[in-house]
Write a new protein. Structure first.
Length: 431
């Protein structure tokens, strides 16, 4: 034991008297002891630093990913079921899903009229065309829609106006465009009332759709042009060879989320009956509950976030074990100091508190540095990484609590060991 530490112990105990050592005295002696070996204290805190920083970054990434999935669910539309045409065969070759036109307006009407709990039903057709405004042009996706398409899929008009009943019934040459298409064709100009061409057909822009951003499958949902369904059939779908009245997909919205499994099942039964598919025969359509798909993906992401948090927490536990080991070594090295302090009046409580304070200072100091590194790491991940992040101050508060708890938990046993030493045996120790 060095003379500096011994003199401080004697001075603090004598000044306060037996049982009167203050909290300031305890913290001061703990700081003095840690300053005696700065490098060891820093290395001991390294595990806590890494653990806290990892917890903040991992939890922020997990929360950011969860928020992105929540946004995706909102963009898909609430309580939504999607029906697509099935696959076809030719010459022994099986084609992909959607290769046959097996859905039509009759299926849309049947779903609306015969299945309870259905709130919206929207048949649509889709295609691609070159959108042109003066010298600017852009290849985009167009969708022929009915009025129910917008509430079912969560679309809103941000500028201008939506389609009128007359537009739907009269196959009007009007179009709603997404924000990405607006930026490509108009570059900051007001598009309302202006004309664009989809392929060779002129359309008047009546509105701009509210931005939805990226879809859950990586596509740009705002790169789109929407026209009335009859307009799409008469003006744009000529090269698609679609049978009269056919649609390329059907969107179904229910009033209640708990109705989705039943409605999904009944849609399948109804379409098999309408398409005269025999028992055991292969369906010529596909029904998908998109909420279940995204919910499964959300659950997977949540589990991955928990796994990442668990890995970061293990690093924090390892750091705490390092603190406990070093504190046990410190107790062994300072047995004579402990005996001297007890001899001049310090009780087991004061000894216990001093060593506990040392462990907590190491842990709390490591926690502060770890929080700073975690915030920097989160900001760098947000700026340069591909993962979405959401820095929550509650996470930082939780990390601070973790660092304090680590010091308390892993410092308790070494402090208890120090406080239970016999003064006479401690003074006899040769270290």
């Amino acid at each position: 034991m060095n003379a500096r530490s011994e003199s401080l112990s004697v001075h603090a105990a004598a000044a306060a008297g037996p049982g009167r050592v203050t909290l300031a005295d305890i913290v001061g002696m703990a700081v003095f002891a840690l300053r005696g070996n700065v490098l060891r204290s820093v290395l001991t805190a390294l595990g806590v630093i890494i653990g806290i920083a990892a917890v903040i970054v991992m939890v922020s990434v997990g929360q950011g990913t969860q928020a992105e999935l929540d946004r995706t669910i909102s963009n898909l539309g609430s309580n939504r079921i999607e029906v697509w045409p099935g696959s076809g065969r030719g010459g022994g070759v099986r084609f992909g899903a959607g290769s046959v036109s097996s859905l039509d307006d009759g299926d849309v009407a049947a779903i609306r009229n015969e299945i309870a709990g259905v709130q919206y039903v929207a048949g649509q057709i889709r295609g691609a065309a070159q959108a042109v405004n003066a010298e600017r042009n852009w290849n985009t996706q167009w969708v022929g829609v009915v009025a129910d398409y917008f509430p079912t899929n969560g679309w809103e008009v941000a500028e201008g106006a939506g389609f009128s009943p007359r537009d739907y019934g009269g196959a009007a040459k009007v179009v709603l465009i997404g924000t990405s298409l607006r930026d490509k064709l108009f570059e900051g100009e007001d598009p309302i009332g202006r004309q664009i061409r989809l392929g060779r057909v002129p359309f008047t822009v009546v509105g701009v759709l509210k931005s939805k951003g990226q879809s859950g499958w990586g596509g740009d949902m705002d790169d789109v042009a929407m026209v009335p369904l009859e307009t799409a059939r008469r003006r744009l779908a000529g090269q698609m060879n679609l049978p009269p009245g056919s649609v390329t997909s059907i969107s179904v919205g229910t009033a209640r989320a708990e109705d989705l499994p039943r409605v999904e099942r009944e849609i399948g039964d109804l379409l098999r009956q309408r398409h005269k598919i025999p028992p055991g025969g292969e369906d010529d359509f596909t029904v998908r509950n998109l909420t279940e798909i995204v919910s499964a993906r959300t659950q997977t992401t949540r589990l991955m976030s928990l796994l990442l948090g668990a890995v970061a927490t293990i690093s924090l536990v390892v750091g705490g074990i390092g603190i406990m080991n070093i504190m046990l070594v410190s107790v062994t090295e300072r047995i004579r100091e402990i005996g001297l302090r007890m001899a001049v009046g310090a009780g087991p409580r004061e000894i216990h508190l001093q060593f506990l304070a040392e462990a907590m200072l190491i842990s709390l100091g490591g926690g502060v540095i770890g929080i700073a590194l975690g915030i920097v790491g989160t900001l760098l991940t947000s700026r340069f990484g591909a993962l979405p992040v959401a820095l929550d101050w509650q996470v930082i508060a939780l990390a601070t609590g973790f660092s304090v708890a680590t010091g308390l938990f892993f410092g308790f046993w070494p402090a208890r060991k120090a406080s239970r030493l016999e003064p006479i045996e401690a003074l006899r120790h040769q270290g």
